[in-house]
Design a protein around this ligand. Structure first.
Ligand code: SF4
Length: 864
């Protein structure tokens, strides 16, 4: 275990490659660090050894000052202004990808000294016009012939053996012809071919093999066939404390991204690029993103809107929220005022100064990145006349950013298959399914294989053969090769194994998996008693609504997140639950205003609903269309609800006494004070009695078991609290369902038990009975309600299913005590009851640990 955590203790003489004295070694820049490490290991210093890239070595043979790629792209753009209007590529003539494809193709054509292009089909004719416009622009590849004739004897030149591109191979062949040699030999001794369940398992197996074989991390190279596997690999190596370095480092400096965001903003000047600019350059000014996400229509309007509106009571935006919107607006306007320069015309010097000012401390990488960008700008600033010309520059900076190299190397080296060399004795080749391996390079895009076929460039067969030979040659450069093949992707889609690998290795993969200890263990998220008491019983008080206790009974973890960590749910005005509370509030307003509210016309209801939305429509302008549709929808719902309630209200003879009535209930518990509070939707009363009603958007029924488990405490708590407050007799407590879904009626039932199945048609009176039963109030009644209700059987539930008030009282205390006991003991696991997760805002947090359990009965039952 100790061995793989150290990284520089392999100073033996068994070198994988022998570094020749007084030599020039050619290798891609990404491998220079590894090479230098090997040189130091063998020679103790780098005297007499030069390490260069192939292109920088070749550059010494070109004469005159050659232009950079970015400069050529701008010259191409200029030249293509003369493209004829009828050319199929006319609309692409300024596109970065198009210009870049042209440059790549012309480089190759000039290297192979090709000057004539196919001209038979219309596409070929159009491309010919393009190439004729671009070909006269001088590239260094125009000097290929001269370079070929001036190459000296190259016996001191060594080329690091690995997979190279077609163009690189062209030059390597020529260098070899002049005496250059490969650095690195085939030395494969052991090959292991394993299949694994999926891409994640593949990385666990890889880590397990490193540990099990006690490999030195410094000896290992991981070649990813699929670049997107990098994050899972680094995650697993980190979890197992195996040091690693990725060849292509991506986040060394933020300078490239700052330039990209700034220039993109100048180019587009729209909300998307503005938000991107804020995220990159001003990550601490997040309030701007909040403001412009809520009020996108205010973008580029620099005058106040919310601060000149006065708050109006409504259910959609509360006063606290509105004040926070006003504050956001004020901050946003101030910010824009202080950053007016962002809206000025393009000025590279000003941008550079501004980016510099953002960095108090600069690293070496920051400075290098800054210089890289400045030299690009230096090359092309004379070609940039306005913001539309920035596209090429932005793309080139993106390329620079994507090609950052690691500046130190530690432990396992991670790269692609093309980076396999003799520098590391153990290679893991991952993701070798048939889609990803060998994945030969074909010409695609505008200059595709069909086009290339008609030119004098090397033909497809030759290229494929060369690539195949090269791939398997390079797989033999290490001593021990592990080939891993994941059988499926993360979605469970099956992958085929690669026939090329099987043919090469002459065997099928062997299935392998990791022992259980490598699997993730569920994190323990229970609290201890001391922390739980400190969090939930602050200053010896437990304060909360009755629905908070119900939420604990549904899922202790969601309770801890909401009331312990105070994690806020994401605000979304279109959340279905907000719609429910609007319905609720409008109903309350209407019934407060009108005694016979169920007889209101649709137009009258519409006016109430419209009023509820009026303020929100003034504030959240981009939501107006959605609000209008909600006004229509809620009005229609209320019309249906009132139709259903009308019959009950005309037969019910208690008066609505209170609505949204706040109650609080305090009592001592152990050494704490418990303060419970809540709002009772509706209390109807007579001189002697009262009845509790709670509006529910669903078709909720009360169930004694749920009450005894702490899942349905509201109705009972309201009854007990109001009994204490009013000294009146409780008649009952009921839900009024605000639902508008139609009843399902069945024509008949088929009886299959008979020899010949028999249909029993349901008659009209049975249907009516089902309908009436389903539309009854749901709840409990504690004393005779017949004096208040004309047809009690039709509207009220059957009395015999009710628990007695005394039972409710005694069980209520037991349930609350039991919940408080559990909360104070620190139980906070995501052991949720059925359906608790359906609308839970914290689903992304508990993920794999969520565990469905039976509700816990919190009362003592006598043995029957
Ligand atoms: S999603 Fe389910 S398990 Fe997770 S916190 Fe919410 S209710 Fe609990």
């Amino acid at each position: 275990m100790k061995r793989y955590a150290t990284w520089y203790n392999n100073l033996g003489d068994n070198f994988m490659i022998q570094i020749p004295d007084n030599s020039t070694i050619l290798a891609p820049a990404t491998l220079h660090l590894s090479l230098y490490k090997e040189i130091l290991k063998q020679k103790k210093d780098c005297l007499g050894i030069q390490v260069l890239t192939l292109s920088s070595w070749l550059s010494s043979f070109y004469h005159g000052q050659t232009k950079s790629d970015i400069e050529i792209l701008y010259l191409y753009k200029e030249a293509l202004k003369n493209t004829s209007l009828s050319n199929a590529f006319y609309s692409s003539k300024e596109d970065y990808d198009f210009l870049n494809s042209c440059l790549d193709f012309i480089k190759m054509a000039k290297t192979y000294q090709i000057h004539k292009f196919p001209c038979s089909t219309q596409k070929e004719k159009d491309l010919n016009e393009i190439l004729n416009l671009l070909y006269p622009i001088q590239l260094k590849e125009d000097q290929t012939k001269d370079v070929l004739s001036s190459l000296p004897n190259l016996e001191n030149v060594y080329i690091l053996k690995k997979e190279y591109s077609q163009l690189d191979n062209y030059w390597i062949q020529i260098l070899m012809d002049h005496g250059a040699k490969w650095l690195g030999e085939n030395q494969l001794c052991q090959t292991h071919y394993y299949s694994v369940a999926n891409a994640r398992k593949q990385m666990e197996v890889l880590a397990h093999l490193i540990i099990e074989n006690d490999y030195l991390a410094d000896d290992i190279f991981v070649a990813l066939n699929n670049a997107s596997d990098e994050s899972v690999l680094t995650q697993i190596l980190t979890a197992h404390k195996i040091p690693f370095t990725t060849i292509q480092e991506t986040h060394i400096t933020s300078i490239y991204n700052e330039w990209i965001s700034y220039l993109t903003w100048i180019k587009d000047m729209d909300l998307k690029s503005f938000i991107n600019l804020i995220q990159t350059l001003y990550p601490h000014d997040n309030y701007l993103i909040q403001y412009y996400t809520l009020f996108p229509e205010k973008f580029f309007k620099f005058e106040p809107h919310l601060s000149i509106i006065s708050y109006e009571e409504n259910e959609i935006i509360n006063s606290y929220q509105f004040e926070s919107y006003q504050r956001l607006e004020q901050q946003a306007l101030e910010w824009i005022h202080n950053h007016a320069f962002l809206f000025h015309a393009l000025d590279f010097i000003e941008i550079a100064k501004h980016i510099q000012n953002l960095h108090e401390h600069v690293s070496k990488e920051d400075l290098n990145a800054f210089n890289d960008v400045m030299s690009l700008i230096q090359d092309v600033h004379t070609h940039i006349h306005n913001a539309d010309d920035l596209d090429i520059l932005i793309h080139q900076i993106q390329n620079l950013s994507a090609n950052q190299k690691a500046n130190t190397i530690e432990g396992v080296l991670i790269g692609s298959r093309q980076d396999i060399t003799s520098l590391r004795p153990i290679v893991f080749l991952t993701g070798t399914n048939a889609n990803a391996f060998p994945s030969l390079k074909l010409h695609s895009g505008i200059f595709d294989e069909a086009y290339v076929k008609s030119t004098n460039l090397p033909n497809l067969e030759t290229r494929i053969q060369n690539q195949q030979t090269q791939i398997f040659d390079c797989l033999s450069l290490c001593e021990t090769l592990y080939i891993l093949y994941p059988q499926s992707d993360y979605q469970g889609k099956n992958y085929e194994s690669s026939s090329e690998i099987e043919n090469w290795i002459q065997t099928k993969p062997k299935f392998i998996t990791t022992p259980d200890s490598f699997n993730w263990t569920t994190p323990n998220i229970d609290l201890n008693e001391t922390s739980a008491k400190a969090i939930f019983f602050k200053d010896n008080h437990f304060k909360g609504s009755i629905s908070r206790l119900e939420s604990y009974a549904r899922c202790p973890f969601s309770h801890a997140l909401k009331y312990g960590l105070f994690l806020k749910e994401k605000e979304d005005i279109t959340d279905i639950r907000i719609r429910g509370s609007i319905l609720h509030h409008v109903l309350e307003m209407i019934s407060k205003d009108k005694q016979d509210y169920t007889s209101l016309s649709k137009e009258e209801i519409y006016q109430y609903v419209r009023k509820e939305f009026a303020f929100a429509k003034k504030v959240l302008l981009q939501q107006v269309t959605w609000f209008n549709s909600q006004i229509e929808e809620i009005t229609d719902k209320l019309v249906l609800i009132f139709e259903q309630l009308h019959s009950f209200e005309t037969n019910w003879h208690m008066n609505i006494d209170k609505q949204e009535h706040k109650f609080s209930y305090s009592y001592p518990w152990n050494e704490y004070t418990i303060d419970l509070y809540g709002y009772i939707d509706r209390i109807d009363s007579s001189n002697t009695s009262f009845c509790i009603f709670d509006y529910k958007s669903s078709d909720k029924d009360i169930n004694l078991n749920e009450f005894e488990s702490g899942l349905a405490l509201q109705l009972a708590t309201y009854t007990l609290a109001y009994e204490k407050e009013s000294n009146l007799i409780p008649v009952g407590c009921f839900y009024i369902a605000l639902r508008t879904s139609p009843e399902t009626l069945t024509y008949g039932k088929l009886n299959y038990r008979k020899k010949v199945p028999e249909l029993n048609v349901i008659n009209e009176s049975d249907m009516l009975e089902t309908f009436t039963k389903n539309r009854k109030l749901k709840g409990w009644h504690f004393s005779d309600a017949s004096i208040y209700c004309d047809d009690i059987k039709q509207y009220m539930p059957v009395k015999k299913t009710n628990p007695a008030l005394e039972t409710i009282k005694s069980e209520w205390s037991q349930v609350i005590d039991s919940l408080l006991e559990d909360i104070s003991s620190g139980q906070a696991l995501p052991n949720h009851v059925k359906d608790a997760c359906k609308y839970c805002a914290y689903r992304s947090i508990c993920r794999n640990s969520a565990n469905e359990v039976e509700p816990k009965l919190r009362v003592e039952k006598e043995e029957e």
